[in-house]
Design a protein around this ligand. Structure first.
Ligand SMILES: Nc1ncnc2c1ncn2[C@@H]1O[C@H](COP(=O)(O)OP(=O)(O)OP(=O)(O)O)[C@@H](O)[C@H]1O
Ligand SMILES: [Mg+2]
Length: 338
């Protein structure tokens, strides 16, 4: 089976070819254009600009994915696109193009929930079996989830306000160090010392929920109190990352306890997915965390952490193998829940 996946839910225009042949699964191409330059001066994604860029780029990106994967439209068996959650304009472009291709080559179309794409993304590279615990940390969502099987996800906790990636972006904006904020904070933090104490909202709430808006305010207070030297910014970034690590570890420990209670005889498989999972400081420390908590950690390659179409093609393949469905009547769902 050869799958074409399309991702246009936010500010990335992406297409990928994934193949399942003789029991082997391969990502043949994973093409992405990040509209980072177009949104940079606004310090965040502008939906109308994102929409127009997707219109301009989508054909070229799909053709590039086919060429790189050495496939033609006639070789495609299944077409997938992100159906939600995300910005309506972008979702409309991706699903409409995918449906048009589906009609013209007479092959099924599968709409994919973007978050399910993130959740299943480690299965592209790893032999990861269900059930597993997921820490999903993206620009729009922060959740602890038990993935029971394909299509069955139990949310143990989620953010009550900002998403973690959003918090990274907002703190970077406060410090005026660039957009997108995550990679910039990581860069500054490398040279900093975690010597500033920030608020850790909900740290003792004894549940798996998160809150990051108070942490952001706590950073804002320190920033406005002090002069904005580079050294100070580096220390803020290091302290911010350190605080985040503390919160994520505490909540993941609680979630692992719930997982263990539900599945006392199963291996504790723990995955971290989404854009924030590309942070090397978090990756390194969660390796230690996994050892300490006796669980097996899976974190996707960086190219599968931030938005990409390989995870969409992949998820479509997994879902279609389970249930053969053609969904040409699908309409985008900007608030699609998992
Ligand atoms: N190295 C990094 N450290 C921390 N955060 C990072 C890093 N790289 C990217 N991010 C953050 O990841 C986020 C983007 O991740 P992703 O593409 O998964 O989110 P999204 O698609 O915008 O949101 P969602 O998947 O919820 O719709 C941004 O907020 C970005 O700042
Ligand atoms: Mg995403």
């Amino acid at each position: 089976m050869v799958v074409l996946g399309i991702e246009t839910s936010c500010d990335e225009t992406a297409a990928s070819i994934v193949e399942h042949k003789n029991g082997k699964k391969k990502v043949l191409s994973n093409i992405l254009y990040s509209q980072f330059k177009e949104h940079k001066k606004y310090g965040g994604v502008v939906p109308e600009i994102a929409f127009r860029e997707h219109v301009k780029l989508i054909d070229k990106i799909i053709i590039k994915a086919l060429n790189k994967g050495k496939k033609k439209f006639k070789d495609i068996d299944l077409i997938a696109a992100t159906g939600g959650p995300g910005l309506h304009g972008g979702l409309l472009i991706g699903t409409t193009v995918a449906k048009s291709i589906s009609l013209s080559i007479n092959k099924p179309f599968v709409p994919i929930n973007h978050l399910e794409g993130h959740i299943l993304s480690p299965r592209i590279e790893y032999n990861l079996s269900f059930p597993f615990l997921v820490l999903l940390v993206t620009g729009g969502h922060t959740m602890l989830i038990i993935a029971h099987k394909i299509g069955k996800y139990e949310i143990l906790g989620l953010t009550l306000d900002d998403a973690l990636g959003e918090a990274f972006d907002k703190v970077a904006k406060l410090l005026n160090i660039g957009f997108p904020g995550g990679p910039q904070i990581e860069k500054y933090a490398k040279k900093g010392v975690p010597n500033i104490k920030f608020a850790q909202p909900l740290i003792n709430s004894n549940d798996c929920n998160f809150s990051f808006s108070g942490l952001k305010t706590s950073v804002l207070k320190k920033v406005s109190e002090k002069k904005n030297s580079i050294k100070f910014k580096e220390d803020v970034c290091a302290s911010f990352q350190y605080t985040i690590l503390n919160i994520l570890e505490k909540k993941s420990e609680l979630a692992l306890k719930i997982f263990k209670k539900k599945f006392p005889t199963k291996k504790k498989n723990f995955v971290i997915v989404g854009g924030v999972a590309s942070n090397l400081f978090l990756r390194k420390n969660f390796n230690k965390f996994a050892k300490k908590n006796n669980c097996k950690l899976f974190v996707p390659n960086k190219s599968f952490c931030t938005d990409n179409a390989a995870m969409i093609a992949w998820t479509a393949m997994e879902k279609y193998n389970k249930k053969k469905n053609n969904n040409l009547n699908f309409q985008p769902l900007p608030n699609w829940q998992i």
